[in-house]
Design a protein around this ligand. Structure first.
Ligand code: KG4
Ligand code: ZN
Length: 338
């Protein structure tokens, strides 16, 4: 008999619901919140309110697209954290009450583990999944980590950022250049037509497998500020080269530590996950490095890179198999308990 999991994701500014039949995806509906664009970043109070408006219609569409009735659901999986507390409360409360009404269990999911487990969603017949153990570079708006994955439930963080996340490095650089929020995809597009070696920015010297991106943001800011003093049109005239050079530096920082982790552990199954894993420069450079290092790489389909509920449902599915259910008294957490 099949297991049907409804996944709910509401940790930041995307309201999403998805249905999986075992590992196979039946639907993955995402409502983006455009309201934040005018503020240049996510406004938590507005995000919670938008989740409250979106959650019921998004779930209805997800069930309709999956062509199943809510009575067929086996469990409801929801993001418990990390994320914005007010946003998480909406998804958590919805999951609890919906499951209670249906008399089915709820499953709490860690958002960061879910980004990694997105690699196990069966979205096509020729889908390849990483073999255990594998390394995953999770790069999102809030996190940057290298994780060793031994099974769906056994994961260990080998290194992580001590300040900004890679996505923040993209978004803050984009903001300095006057690009819209979130800036990562805009930098990606411009970088494709620029020269990655046009400007050099210093790479941080951080011990072990950890990362740091706050210094890069500061040197980018100071560099642009100095150039603007000489030429007011500096950004406008050099947009593509600036985007390409900053992207190149971020990718170098990310991949040099990933290569070190792979060499130190001897693991050659390498995956990337999270919003920044949509970046075309990162994907391309990772595949180049993989050819040299003898890695098998796993790049998520675009719909599973940024926040989505299908990844919450697959993480929930693995817990469902172990009967790891959450009590109705559970509350979300804003900070990471990996
Ligand atoms: O995983 P995600 O949707 O949300 C978090 O959990 O944080 O990641 C969002 C981040 C943003 O910083 C966004 O700018 C970045 O992913 N991003 C990209 C690209 N697409 C999304 N960064 C670089 N290149 C892209 N193509
Ligand atoms: Zn995320």
């Amino acid at each position: 008999m099949s297991t049907y999991i409804l996944g709910i994701e509401s940790s930041c500014d995307d309201t999403s619901a998805a249905v999986l039949q075992d590992t196979r995806i039946l639907s993955n509906v995402i409502a983006n919140q455009d309201i934040h664009k005018q503020y240049g970043g996510v406004v938590p109070e507005l995000a919670s309110r938008a989740h409250q408006q979106n959650i019921i219609p998004v779930v209805e569409v997800a069930l309709r697209q999956a062509k199943i009735s809510k009575n067929q659901l086996s469990a409801v999986a929801f993001t418990r954290g990390p994320g914005l507390l007010g946003s998480l409360l909406v998804g958590t409360s919805f999951a609890k009450s919906f499951a209670l009404g249906l008399g089915i269990p709820i499953i709490e999911v860690n958002h960061l583990r879910a980004h990694i487990l997105a690699h196990f969603i069966q979205a096509s017949d020729d889908h390849r999944t990483p073999q255990f153990p594998f390394l995953c570079l999770t790069v999102s708006g809030g996190h940057t980590q290298i994780v060793r994955v031994d099974s769906p439930s056994e994961m260990k963080i080998l290194g992580q950022t001590i300040d900004d996340a890679a996505g923040e490095a993209f978004d803050k650089s984009a903001k300095i250049m006057g690009l819209p929020y979130p800036g990562g995809p805009h930098i990606d597009k411009l970088a494709a037509i620029g020269n990655p070696q046009a400007y050099a920015f210093p790479e941080p010297k951080i011990q072990g497998l950890n990362y740091s991106f706050s210094g890069l943001k500061t040197s980018f800011l100071y560099f642009i500020r100095d150039e603007l003093k000489k030429n007011e049109q500096f950004i406008e005239e050099n947009k593509a080269d600036l985007a390409s050079s900053i992207q190149y530096t971020i990718i170098r920082i990310l991949l040099s530590k990933l290569r070190r982790a792979a060499r130190e552990t001897g693991i050659t199954e390498i995956a990337i996950a999270g919003g920044v894993s949509a970046n075309s420069g990162l994907r391309h450079t990772l595949n180049e490095m993989a050819a040299k290092e003898g890695w098998n790489t796993y790049l998520p389909a675009f719909q599973f890179t940024t926040d989505n509920a299908a990844m919450i449902a697959i993480a929930g599915y693995f817990k469902y198999l172990n009967k790891e259910f959450a009590p109705q008294t559970i509350t979300p957490f804003a900070k990471s308990l990996f």
